[in-house]
Design a protein around this ligand. Structure first.
Ligand SMILES: Nc1ncnc2c1ncn2[C@@H]1O[C@H](COP(=O)(O)OP(=O)(O)OP(=O)(O)O)[C@@H](O)[C@H]1O
Ligand SMILES: Nc1ncnc2c1ncn2[C@@H]1O[C@H](COP(=O)(O)OP(=O)(O)OP(=O)(O)O)[C@@H](O)[C@H]1O
Ligand SMILES: [Mg+2]
Ligand SMILES: [Mg+2]
Lengths: 165, 165, 165, 165
């Protein structure tokens, strides 16, 4: 059990350095064991240094920076120990345009080996979807699925209005 | 392995039986505020065995049953069926297509079935955990849950990695 | 002291019904004292019924609906007991286009009697600004104010690129 | 009454003295993730007397002093000056223009000044509370703080209204 965790941590930590530097070009991040002597009980700390800045406590990072660091950690775990599918509900909320683009690039990489189910309000995220579902609640409190579009297949119903640009 | 389809019946705002066909790759779900997108995420967590009412945003587990609207009476049960394409054998079960179904009745507990055969929650959890989906469901990033990854204690973060490993 | 609170609560509760029905056309909301007998210690509960739905616990509301209910409560307090200025940091994150429009209408009302300082990534919010500041950190960890535009005054520097559409 | 200008010197990412002129009506602040927008919000809370390091996202109060970057040494003090147009006499002080300044030194506490004259924190708080800005600063809705309004206990919500009243 200890070795399973030790190996998983090593792989995740290695992925984290790579993923972090792609979300924060010019920055650096790493995962650190709080107690390397105690592989049974140690916790994990996250160190993040955005480009041009000094390492600080995570609480001082901006909203968008925190989102990105959290994404880096999760995606590192996903890459080190893949699962067949992932579900993400509006994770882009705090991101500006440039960072949204970097997130979408990560989604496209994960897609090669896993299924992604992504809830979003962002047009740019919708644009990389292989399948697109619109849900609606026409004033009566009951959800209906209003349309679906599969990439390269003509939809027989009109495409859903993106909920927000 | 990927989720091929998801059918919701009486689950939260999905009063009538609603099926969604999902693709490998990226499936995006879009729609206005309050239309039911996160309810789809809850349905996925629930059919995979989620036991915490709070993780499903309710006060008690029965809160997932369609509670009615001014124009439509409440229902007596909620049912979600998830169909998984298992051609790659990621699920340790001898079928190329695997359905997992969970049903909950008002006042009663939950019933589970794999490929139409009644089973226990534990059977569903064991089937999924062998393919990389653990009980903590680190594969689901709920709305507003990204920051929690950073606010977690070092020990909790260790837990994410152990679950994925 | 008790009467100060009692009057403030009455005015806020009255504003809340109005503001709520403008953010949720066709819905209704109200503020309720948990213990009307005890004006010294009573708390305040929020009841919210979006249009076409039944009153439920707040936790079952969607992310966008929760944002809107919180905005309704705050704006009701702002209208019942005005302050000279308000500062809002990215409160639109969870809102779709339609609800963003309703929020902006509320901002324009508050502007008549109070100053609003609004941090935003949304183009539509920027469009109603009387003054617009862009901040930037050009890779060196130090913030600079890159431009300002005052409504009806020609900016002598180029307008800032909106951080996100 | 409105905030006419805000000057930040050595406060968080504002290493060099930076002034922003604000208008009555709506002032929008925009920019990329991590550029310093929320730091402006922190500066406003801080100069008005915020005493909690956590409310300013730090671990200790000194975290607001510019901590340096790889290319620039840390500073020894942080200073924020807020200039208020008081032509309507909302502030109970006999000036049409009122400046509030807060200075903090490394290792030392904070110093306050109203119109250049040294004073205590209490003097700043009393001056502001008479115009509708209380100690809890309900007038500031921080990034990600909207949902907290709903997660608050009924008693805490009572507190918002009492503070505004
Ligand atoms: N048991 C139930 N019966 C009927 N309706 C329910 C039930 N549980 C939740 N709902 C309704 O579902 C709606 C929430 O849906 P959901 O959270 O999926 O919205 P969403 O599309 O994710 O919106 P957002 O974009 O704001 O996040 C709420 O309005 C709630 O009233
Ligand atoms: N004492 C300090 N010295 C130097 N830099 C600091 C200090 N405190 C915070 N910072 C930096 O300020 C940045 C955060 O700025 P801020 O939170 O204002 O960003 P923002 O513009 O609101 O971004 P977002 O759109 O992501 O919310 C962080 O990168 C942090 O490193
Ligand atoms: Mg949602
Ligand atoms: Mg911010």
């Amino acid at each position: 059990v200890q070795r399973v965790f030790a190996e998983a941590f090593e792989d995740t930590a290695r992925e984290f350095e790579g993923v972090f530097s792609r979300l924060f070009p010019g920055g650096e991040g790493r995962l650190v064991l709080t107690d390397p002597e105690d592989m049974l009980g140690t916790g994990i700390e996250v160190e993040a240094r955005p480009p041009g800045k000094k390492i600080k406590r995570l609480s001082l990072l901006s909203g968008g920076e925190r989102s990105l660091v959290a994404v880096a950690l999760l995606v590192s775990i996903f890459k080190a120990r893949p699962s067949p599918f992932y579900i993400m509900d509006e994770v882009e909320a705090a991101l500006d345009d440039a960072n949204l683009g970097r997130l979408i690039t990560l989604f496209e990489e994960l897609r090669d080996s896993s299924q992604l189910i992504v809830i979003t309000h962002q047009k740019r995220t919708m644009e990389v979807a292989d399948a697109l579902y619109g849900v609606s609640m026409r004033g009566d409190g009951v959800t209906t699925v209003v349309s679906q579009r599969i990439r390269d297949v003509q939809p027989d119903e009109p495409q859903p209005e993106p909920a927000s640009a | 392995m990927y989720v091929k389809s998801l059918t919701l019946k009486g689950f939260k705002s999905f009063a009538s039986a609603t099926s969604m066909r999902l693709e490998p790759g990226i499936t995006c779900i879009v729609g206005p505020n309050g239309s039911g997108k996160s309810n789809v995420v809850d349905a996925l967590a629930w059919v995979m065995g989620e036991q915490g009412a709070k993780s499903l945003r309710g006060g008690k587990m029965e809160d997932v049953i369609f509670a009615g609207t001014p124009g439509r009476p409440a229902l007596g049960r909620a049912e979600v069926t998830m169909t998984i394409d298992n051609t790659d054998g990621a699920l340790p079960i001898d079928y190329t297509e695997v359905t997992i179904r969970r049903t909950m009745f008002k006042g009663g507990g939950s019933e589970y079935a794999i490929n139409g055969t009644s089973c226990r929650l534990l059977d569903v959890q064991e089937l999924l955990s062998d393919s990389g989906i653990g009980r903590e469901m680190h594969v689901i990033v709920g709305q507003g849950q990204l920051d929690a990854v950073l606010r977690a204690t070092p020990e909790e973060r260790r837990g994410f990695i152990e679950e994925a490993a």
